[in-house]
Each structure stands twice: as C-alpha cells, then as structure tokens.
Design a binder for this molecule. Structure first.
Ligand code: XMP
Length: 527
C-alpha cells in the first residue's frame, strides 16, 4: 500500500455514529481516506497503510474504563499529524499523560454536554484555526456530544478554544502536530467544521490529489491487472452504480466485458428500452437483454405477501443470471457496483470484541455458487463520487441523475396481489407523475419519487357516471443516503394538477393521495 498513487489519511473508528461524515468532509477536500475500526489498526497495519495523517473518531466508550478502546501507541511515533475528535481527544490525552474525568460533573471544570455550544478563542492563534473567530462576536458555534471531559492536558499541549462547559474545547501540541477537539467538526451543526478539516490536511501536507480523473485512471489500471485476459460479466439494473461500474470496466477491458440486463416485467414505463439503447448506442458494450417477464410475473401471479414477493424475485434473478452467465465462455469474474458505505466495517460495542461487517452483494450468493471472483471498482466511493466518476466517463446526465430504483421494482409498489393489469395502471400513473415533476423542474431536488397502486378501490364520479377504480399514492422524498428521509413539500397547486392529470389520463385510477410519512417511522418504499 505504501506506493499508492495518492496520499492517504487514516480514520481510526472508535464507534461514533458520525464517523462516515469525517470521511465525507475529507473527500470533499480531494483527500483520500479510509475508515478502519480500532481493533484492526495494529502496528503492522500502520506500517503497511503508511498514513500521511491520522484522525481518531469519537465514540461511545469511556476512556476512564480499563478496557476502553485505544489505538496502538506507535501511532504517536510515526511523525505524522493526528487530530482527535471528542472520544478521540480523550484517548489522546489519556495516552499522552493528561487526565480525563468521567460522567457528569456539575460546576466549574466541565460537564457532560449534548448539543449546540459556542467556543471562544484563547490568546494565541494556531494555523488549525485559520478562518475561525472572525465574526463580530468572536465565537464559533460547535456541536458537542460528550459525557467525559479532559481535566488536565497532556505535556506539550496548550488550549486554544474554550466553551462554558468545555475548558479544553480546542487543544494542540503544535510541535508534534497533535490536535484534539472536544466537539464534532464533521457535523453540519458545526458550521465552520469543514474549514478546520481543510486546515488540518493543509498542515499535514496533503495536496488534494484525490480527483476523479486520477481515480479513473488508477481504477482502469487495477481492473486490467486483476482481470488479465479473462472475461467479466456484469448485472445491469439501469441504476447509476451498475451503469458506472460497467462503463468503467468496459473502458478498461473492452469486449472482455458482457453485461446482462434482466427485464423482470416489473420495470417502469420505457425503462428496458432506455437502458438497452444507452448501452448499445453510446458504448457499444456487449449486452444480453433478457426478457424474462413471463417467468417472474407467472411466479408472482396473485402473490400478496411482501417478503414472499422479495424472496421469489431474488431467487429467480439468481437463476436467470446464472443461466445467461453460463453461456459466456471463459467468464471468471463478476462485476458489482458495491459502494464504500456498504463495505465499511463498523465498530460494534454490543457484540463484544467482534466487528460487524456490513457486506452487500447485489447478486447475493452468486459468486460462490458459480466460482466467480468479484470485480468491485466502486468499493472506495460514496454515491455522489460515483456520480462524479460517471460524469468523468461521459455518461449522459439523464442517467447519472436518475432516482434510485429498487431491484424488486414495481412489485414493492403494488401492495396486495400483483396482477398484470394493476402493473400496467401503475406504470402509466408513475409516468404521468414523473413527467409532472420534470415539467415543474423538481426532479433534481427530489431524491426519489414514484407512484404506488393501492389494494383498494373507491367510488367516484366522472362525467355523469359512477366509477369504482383503484386509488394510488404518490411518494417523493429528500434524503442523503436513503437511510433517513423526509417527504418532499410539494405545493398544493402541484399536487392538485398532478392528481387531475392522473385521473384524466390513467384509466383505472379515480383517487390520488400523497404520502407524507418520513423515514423513520416509514420506509421509502411501500413494502
Ligand atoms: P426503504 O424502502 O428501505 O428503501 O426505505 C431505501 C432505499 O433502498 C431502495 N430499496 C432497494 N434497493 N433492492 C434494491 O436494490 C431492494 O430490495 C430494495 N428495497 C429498497 C429504495 O428504493 C430506497 O431508495
């Protein structure tokens, strides 16, 4: 790893809920970083990783306890800058000879603190704080979340910022390049937190060499090295991740890549044609477009249990993929669009010393079953970086900006029995809804939008006649990663116009509702 083409920063994870945000802030600065749980960071690991700087994350443990998580002491001897955040500050002080006190202490010397606080500077400025404390009232808002606090600094450290409850809010030993803060600069509630990271990586000598252009060239080299003259197959869903992975791999190995696009009969209006045209016309990538809609829809006919629907689709998808893949002579690799958030090992305190590994396989179980090796060229990227790479590779914006679409497709937007007539109605309603969103210029503001057809028929009146048709629900959410979401606040005018259009243009629907549930407690999809 030492000869990596770009500078590397190591984030040692002590189990904070927001460790991933540290990585996001650094990537925005074109700094390459990796998150590793403290248990896996050994002397040998450090030697191999050769970080140019290290960040200790926050975490829920108390350094006062004997079995508190710690980094190896050798991390302090590497001569590289270190930034400790919250628990990271406390562990740094504790290991370097300072004192940390546990629990809530009232009055004086510091208390537990959760939420917004304001930090004031002390007499001396340090480069880490360039751009801070320039406002009229000479203080900065920060986000605190700590029970323990530092009560005595380690030798060599001074204090450069204080808050009413954290006398050692900002501390540093500038001679050794060790910095430690009690608050969380990575969260949005610390408005100038990004500046602090920018200063830290500048002081550490990072040049911002992590660019998508450089990443693309390096990824192409790696794919060529890994694959040699063998063949790769790639399951295309039409989503951004698998599309970008396919185009990148095609750029690396050309016709040694074959893509398989399975139409399971649960796609949106025009989706199969759009995806196949984009790959055939723009890239000339060998593509098997497998129309397996009969197989899937027959198996799902009349099925209404959400879990059975998902399992049926998952199993058939593997069967079908295997059938087509076995026709590709010499295929030894399976490409997947796995992203970095899927592979980060997160620290688990509830599970004792073991770590929880979030493994994610788009085609679960298939590689082992078929003896295929995985090619995962997006493993180091976050979703927005995948989009940036897509742009670098010249994918049309219409593709890069597409809303996510789940593997089980319309099946999980059709609660109750799945029937072909209901799917047809749903497709039409969804197309009108998305058309409305585009016409009003809202598509890129919304993370995901779709219609669901409800298993309920209602009475209406159209013209002079009675109708007895399906109700549909419209869903639109804003989100960063799909883990949490808010409903999108459409105007009443937009909703009224859309409802009228759907009822007029889609036979079979006579009532339209808008879903205003956030996630949690709801999920984005209906099943
Ligand atoms: P939920 O409904 O769990 O969805 O809030 C979160 C995000 O994940 C998508 N989703 C899936 N994607 N296979 C996928 O590839 C699935 O089985 C699946 N289920 C949900 C969903 O569309 C949303 O973007």
């Amino acid at each position: 790893m030492k000869d990596a083409a770009h500078d590397r920063l190591l984030i040692i994870d002590f189990g904070s809920q927001v460790t991933q945000l540290i990585a996001r802030r650094l990537r925005e600065l074109n700094v390459y970083c990796e998150i590793h749980p403290f248990q896996t960071v050994t002397d040998a690991f450090l030697e191999d990783f050769a970080p140019k700087a290290v960040i200790f994350s926050g975490g829920p443990a108390s350094v006062v306890n004997a079995d508190a998580p710690r980094p190896p002491t050798s991390v302090f001897d590497r001569g590289v800058p270190i930034l400790g955040i919250c628990y990271g500050q406390q562990v740094m002080m504790d290991m370097l000879g300072g004192t940390v006190e546990g629990g809530k202490i009232s009055g004086g010397g510091g208390t537990a603190e959760f939420g917004r606080a304001h930090v004031k500077p002390t007499a001396h400025h340090i480069d880490l704080l360039d751009g801070w404390f320039q406002g009229d009232d000479d203080r900065e808002q920060v986000w605190m979340s700590h029970g323990d606090h530092v009560s005595k600094l380690a030798p060599g450290f001074d204090v450069f910022g204080t808050s009413p409850n954290a006398p050692y809010a900002i501390t540093a030993d500038t001679a050794r390049g060790f910095y430690a803060v009690q608050f969380h600069p990575e969260v949005h509630h610390t408005p100038k937190g990004a500046k602090l990271y920018e200063n830290f990586v500048r002081l550490a000598g990072f040049t911002g060499d992590w660019t998508m252009g450089a990443y693309k060239d390096e990824a192409i080299r790696k794919i060529r090295d890994q694959v040699g003259d063998k063949r790769v197959i790639c399951g295309l869903s039409g989503g951004v991740d698998s599309s970008v992975a396919a185009v990148l791999i095609h750029e690396a190995i050309g016709d040694q890549l074959t893509c398989v696009f399975v139409d399971h009969g649960l796609l949106r209006q025009g989706e199969a044609e759009e995806v196949t045209a984009m790959f055939r016309d723009n890239y000339n990538i060998p593509l098997i477009a497998a129309d397996e809609s009969e197989l899937f829809l027959t198996a799902l006919d009349g099925e209404s249990d959400p879990e059975t629907k998902r399992k049926t689709i998952g199993k058939l998808f593997i069967d079908v993929f295997q059938k087509y893949a076995s026709e590709i002579e010499g295929a030894e690799f399976l490409a997947q669009g796995t992203l970095y958030p899927d592979v980060i090992e997160s620290v688990s305190f509830s599970g004792g010393p073991s770590v929880t590994i979030k493994s994610h396989h788009n085609v679960g179980g298939l590689p082992e079953k078929m003896g295929l090796k995985l090619v995962e060229p997006l493993r180091e990227l976050f979703k927005d970086e995948v989009r940036a790479l897509g742009r670098e590779l010249g994918l049309p914006q219409s593709f890069i900006g597409r809303h996510p679409f789940p593997g089980p497709g319309l099946a999980i937007r059709c609660p109750g029995e799945i029937t072909r007539p209901k799917l047809d109605i749903l497709r039409k309603a969804d197309a009108v809804y998305i058309d409305q969103i585009r016409k009003h210029g809202l598509y890129d503001e919304i993370w995901q939008a779709f219609a669901a057809i409800l298993p309920v028929r209602t009475v209406g009146v159209m013209g002079d006649g009675r109708t007895y048709d399906y109700a549909c629900a419209l869903r639109a959410v804003t989100s960063v990663d799909g883990m949490t979401a808010d409903y999108y606040p459409f105007s009443h005018e937009f909703l009224a116009e859309t409802a009228t259009r759907i009822i007029n243009e889609v036979p079979g629907i006579n009532r339209v509702t808008y879903d205003i549930t956030s996630k949690p407690p709801g999920t984005i999809e209906w099943e």
